[in-house]
Write a protein that binds this ligand. Structure first.
Ligand SMILES: NC(=O)c1ccc[n+]([C@@H]2O[C@H](COP(=O)([O-])OP(=O)(O)OC[C@H]3O[C@@H](n4cnc5c(N)ncnc54)[C@H](O)[C@@H]3O)[C@@H](O)[C@H]2O)c1
Length: 439
C-alpha cells in the first residue's frame, strides 16, 4: 500500500518506519525541515531503541521523508494524521495542527483516499476533519470521494518499535466495513498467528484512547496515594505493592510508586478528557482526583528534600540522576525532573544532572536558560554533593557502586523517587535513604 504519514514525531516516525519495514511504500512528512533533513541523512531525531537501524534499513527503498505534504497526499492511498495535540491554555487538546493538515489534505486530494486520525483527539474530531476536507473540496468545486477513520495509537515511548510490531490490539473506528478492511490490510502483516483487531464506530475509537490512558494514569495515582498513606501510618508500600499485585485481578503492571506520571500523553490526555467531559455536562470525579494526586506527588517528593535540608538551599549541591520522564527515551515533555530542578534552583541550590540520553534536549529545550550543570558520567555527577536525587529509573542506576558513591559524595544521602534500592543494604552502608511510601 502507498501510505503517507503527516507528522513525523514519536508516533508518526515509528509508525511510518514500521509500515515501511512490512513492505509498504511510506512517505513521512513534517513541517520541521531540520528534522526531515536529518532523517534523509539517516539520522534519527529522537532516541528510541531499534529505530535508527530500521530507518536506515528502509530509507530510500520503502521509506521516504519530505516536507511536501501535497505531493505525499497525491501519491498515497491512505493518509495517517499523526501530528501533535498538546494541551492548550484551557486544558483542552490543541487541534490546530490536526485541522491545518485537514485543510491541506482538502486542497491536495486528487483521487479516492482514506484519511485516518492516529493523533489522540477528542471525540468528534475525526468527523470535524471530514467536514474540513469536504469544505475545501467544495471551494475547489471538485468532487473527490474519500473516507475517514480513527486508529488511535497505543505504543509507549522507550519500547515503541516492539509495541508497534507486536501490538496487543489495533483499534479501528470506521463508518463502514469496506474502510476498516482496508486499514486491516496494512496491519495484517503484524499479526502472524492471531489477529487482534478491535473494530468499532469512530467516536468509540477516539474515546478508547482516552479511556486507556485514564485507566493507566489512575493506577499510577492510586498506588501513589496508597504510598502516601503508608508513609503516614508506618507501612511499607514496597511490601503492599507485592501483596496486591499477586492478585491476578490487580496484577503488577503500573502499580510502582513514584514521583507521578509525566510525558507527552498522560497529563494532556487526562486534562482533555476532563475538559471533554465537563463540556458535555458530566463532572468527572475520578480523573479529576487522578490529576490532582499526580500534581501533588512531585511536590511531596520535593518536600522530603526541603524537610531534610530546610527551605533555603544556599551552599548545597544536589546530583540528579535521570531527566527524561521515563527510561529508554530522551523525551522530557512534562517530566517531573523539570519541576524538581527548577524548584531546587529557585531555593538557591546548585544542581548537577546526569541522564544517559536526555541531556541534549534538556539543554536545548526543557531546561534552556536554567542554571543546571551537566555531567557525562553518573559517578562524576555525585562528586562532593550533599545528596543524590534519583528521578528516572534507567537500568544503569539500578545497582550502582554504593561504596564509590559514598566516597564521592560530601554526605551519603539519597532521595529515591523510584524506589530502586534496598533500605537494608543502604542502612548497612550508613546512607540516609529516603524513598516513596516508607517512613
Ligand atoms: N508520544 C507517544 O508516546 C504517543 C503515544 C500514542 C499516541 N500519541 C499521540 O500521537 C500524536 C503525536 O504525538 P507525538 O508524540 O508523535 O508528537 P510529536 O510532537 O513528537 O510529533 C508531532 C510532529 O508533527 C509535526 N507537525 C506539526 N504540525 C504539522 C503539520 N501541519 N504538518 C506536518 N507535520 C506537522 C511536528 O513538527 C512534529 O514533528 C499526539 O496526538 C499524541 O497524543 C503519542
Amino acid at each position: 500500500m502507498k501510505i503517507a504519514i503527516v507528522g513525523t514525531g514519536y508516533v508518526g516516525l515509528v509508525s511510518g518506519t514500521c509500515f515501511a519495514e512490512m513492505g509498504n511504500e511510506v512517505i513521512c512528512v513534517d513541517v520541521d525541515t531540520e528534522k526531515i533533513d536529518k532523517l534523509n541523512k539517516g539520522v534519527a531525531p529522537i532516541f528510541e531503541p531499534g529505530l535508527k537501524e530500521l530507518i536506515n534499513g528502509n530509507l530510500g527503498k520503502s521509506l521516504f521523508f519530505s516536507v511536501d505534504i501535497k505531493n505525499a497526499v497525491e501519491k498515497s492511498d491512505i493518509i495517517f494524521i499523526a501530528v501533535g495535540t498538546p494541551m492548550d491554555s484551557s486544558g483542552n487538546a490543541d487541534l490546530s495542527a490536526v485541522y491545518n493538515v485537514a485543510r491541506i489534505i482538502g486542497k491536495s486530494i486528487n483521487n479516492y483516499k482514506i484519511i485516518v486520525s492516529k493523533s489522540t483527539v477528542p471525540v468528534g474530531t475525526t468527523y470535524k476533519i471530514k467536514e474540513i476536507i469536504q469544505s475545501k473540496l467544495i471551494e475547489r468545486e471538485s468532487y473527490v470521494k474519500f473516507d475517514i477513520a480513527s486508529n488511535p495509537e497505543f505504543l509507549k515511548e522507550g519500547d515503541a518499535i516492539n509495541d508497534f510490531m507486536k501490538p496487543d490490539r489495533v483499534v479501528i473506528g470506521a463508518e463502514s466495513e469496506i474502510v476498516s478492511s482496508q486499514i486491516k490490510k496494512i496491519y495484517a502483516s503484524f499479526f502472524r498467528a492471531n489477529e487482534r483487531f478491535v473494530i468499532m464506530d469512530v467516536f468509540s475509537a477516539e474515546m478508547t484512547k482516552y479511556a486507556a490512558n485514564a485507566m493507566l494514569a489512575t493506577k499510577i495515582s492510586f498506588i501513589n496515594e496508597m504510598a502516601n498513606i503508608c508513609e503516614k501510618i508506618g507501612a511499607d508500600i514496597n511490601e503492599v505493592r507485592k501483596g496486591i499485585g499477586a492478585d491476578a485481578r490487580i496484577g503488577y503492571d503500573f502499580i510502582y510508586p513514584g514521583i507521578g506520571y509525566g510525558g507527552e500523553c498522560f497529563p494532556k490526555d487526562i486534562s482533555a478528557l476532563m475538559h471533554m467531559s465537563n463540556l458535555n455536562g458530566y463532572k468527572p470525579e475520578i480523573i479529576t482526583s487522578v490529576n490532582q494526586v499526580n500534581k501533588n506527588q512531585k511536590k511531596l517528593f520535593l518536600d522530603k528534600i526541603l524537610n531534610r535540608f530546610g527551605e533555603n538551599l544556599t551552599g548545597l549541591t544536589f546530583a540528579i540522576w535521570g531527566l527524561s520522564f521515563k527510561p529508554e527515551t530522551d523525551d522530557m515533555r512534562e517530566a517531573p525532573s523539570i519541576f524538581i530542578i527548577k524548584e531546587l534552583i529557585k531555593k538557591n541550590a546548585k544542581v548537577i544532572a546526569y541522564d544517559p540520553k536526555a541531556i541534549y534536549k534538556s539543554k536545548a529545550l526543557y531546561l534552556k536558560g536554567v542554571d543546571v550543570l551537566y555531567s557525562r558520567d553518573k559517578y562524576e555527577a555525585v562528586n562532593d554533593v550533599n545528596a543524590l536525587i534519583l528521578l528516572t529509573e534507567w537500568k544503569e542506576f539500578r545497582s550502582p557502586d554504593f561504596d564509590l558513591l559514598k566516597k564521592e559524595m560530601k554526605e551519603p544521602i539519597i532521595f529515591d523517587g523510584r524506589n530502586q534500592y534496598c533500605t537494608f543494604e543502604l542502612e548497612k552502608k550508613e546512607f540516609e535513604y529516603f524513598q516513596i511510601g516508607k517512613k
